[in-house]
Structure formats: C-alpha cells, structure tokens
Design a protein around this ligand. Structure first.
Ligand code: PGA
Length: 253
C-alpha cells in the first residue's frame, strides 16, 4: 500500500538575507543529514533562493518558494513566475498563505490560477487554507474550508493534482503561540480529506498530504503528527532556527 511520506516544511517568510539563509541552510543540512522517513522543505525569501539551492544540492532538503505569479512572463512588475522558480532550484511553491490572503489581496481565484501555473511548470503546490478566529467562533470553520477547497481547486482534474499538498493553517494559530489541539487539527484534516475525495476521488484523497500549520514547535509536533490525518507541518517561527527546525524534522525522536 502506498503511504503518505511526512513533509516538514519551513516557511521563512520575510526573514534572513541571502547570507543568513545560506548559513542557516548549511547548518540545517548538517543537522538533518541522517533524517529518514521524512521529507524536509524550506522556503526562503526569493532573493535567497539560488544561493540556498546551491547549498542544498545533493541533500535531502527540498527548496520551496513562498509565492509565485500565475503568468509565465510579461509586464508584471515585481512578480516572479513558476518557470523562474524552477530555474532557481525550487521544487515546491506555497500558494495562498493566509498572510498573502490577508495583506496582499489573494483570493481563492488567484490561488487557483497560481496552482495551475505551478503544476504546469512542474512545481508542487502547497495550498494553504484555514479559518479565522471569528469564523471558527461563529461555527463557519467547515464551510470556509469547503469554499477554499472548492474554489481553489475548481476545474482541475486528477492528473493536475498529483503533486498537490494541502496545508491546514487556522489563521488564529499562526504566529500567535496558540496551536489547534490535536483533536481540532485531526477533525479539520479529516474533513479536508473527505472533501477532496468528493471533488477528486478516494484514491487521491488517501494519498494527498495534509500538513498542519500554526505555532508548531518541538513541544507539540509529536502529538500532532500522531493524528491519523496529519501528514506533516508547515512551520513559520520555529523553522528559523536550524536547531529547532531540525528537532521538528526528527519529531519521531
Ligand atoms: P507559525 O507560522 O509557525 O509561526 O505559526 C506558520 C505559517 O505561517 O506557516
């Protein structure tokens, strides 16, 4: 039976210059050289990608981007295309992070276009979804997730989604120190997997990796990863320090 290889991904957000990113990547590479049974990814800022790619060559750490534009090229000042990211050494691209939705006007429709561009270029998209605190408190968690999934993946066929990773990141848990309980995470992940079975099929839903994100740290990763539908973590703050992130990659102990 095929299984889901756990993915521990670090989103460095707007932290670390190129030099700082290289230092951190070198250290992380040493610390995780013997990690087995887990895939590791880091997403540094755009300007550090090529330098970090050179450091990671031949290691078991994949490179990811934090965002991309949906067009291949053209007059889109300040934007970066999927082809450019592939050329810089990326294998993954985070799409629709809640900070992009909140501060940069990203919508389910732009998420959908970005996933399409990523897949077309051979990048594995990490689609982020999650509810705000107000949405959770008013009982809308599942309807929000459903809308984000339906609209974000609208008009895709199975073949397009083979490399998709989903990240469930409750907005109220990002950078706040508040983590979803393992039961809350499991409930949301199971719901997401059921919705994916509905819009794609059961086989796809069984194999798609669903990461949890939101204040993941060494003290809570083990219990989150023990949940049957949690297949990895998307980590912000705790990914910045190589020692701490390496502990997360070695969550099995
Ligand atoms: P955090 O961020 O781990 O700092 O909460 C998670 C994320 O934004 O992906």
């Amino acid at each position: 039976m095929e299984t889901r290889l756990p993915l521990i991904a670090g989103n460095w957000k707007m932290h670390k210059t190129g030099d700082e990113a290289v230092q951190a990547a070198k250290h992380l590479k040493e610390l995780t050289a013997k990690a087995v049974g887990v895939e590791i990814m880091i997403a540094p800022t755009f300007t550090a990608l090529s330098q970090v790619a050179a450091v990671l060559a031949g290691s078991n750490i994949a490179l990811g981007a934090q965002n991309l534009h949906w067009e291949n090229q053209g007059a889109f000042t300040g934007e970066i295309s999927a082809a450019m990211l592939v050329n810089a050494g990326c294998r993954y691209a985070i799409v629709g992070h809640s900070e992009r939705r909140q501060y940069f006007g990203e919508t389910d429709q732009t998420v959908q276009r970005k996933i399409r561009a990523a897949v077309a270029a051979g990048l594995r998209p990490v689609m982020c979804i999650g509810e705000t605190e107000a949405e959770r408190e008013s009982g809308q968690t599942f309807s929000v997730l459903d809308k984000q999934i339906q609209k974000g993946l609208e008009s895709f066929v199975l073949q397009d989604l083979k490399t998709l990773v989903v990240a469930y990141e409750p907005v109220w848990a990002i950078g706040t120190g508040k983590t979803a309980t393992k039961e809350q995470a499991q409930e949301a992940h199971a719901y997401i997997r059921r919705q994916l079975a509905g819009i794609v099929d059961d086989g796809f839903a069984r194999l798609v990796r669903i990461l949890y994100g939101g204040s993941v740290k060494p003290s809570n990763i083990k219990e989150l990863m023990a949940m049957p539908d949690v297949d990895g973590a998307l980590v912000g703050g705790a990914s910045l320090d190589p020692e701490t992130f390496s502990q997360l990659a070695h969550y099995r102990g």
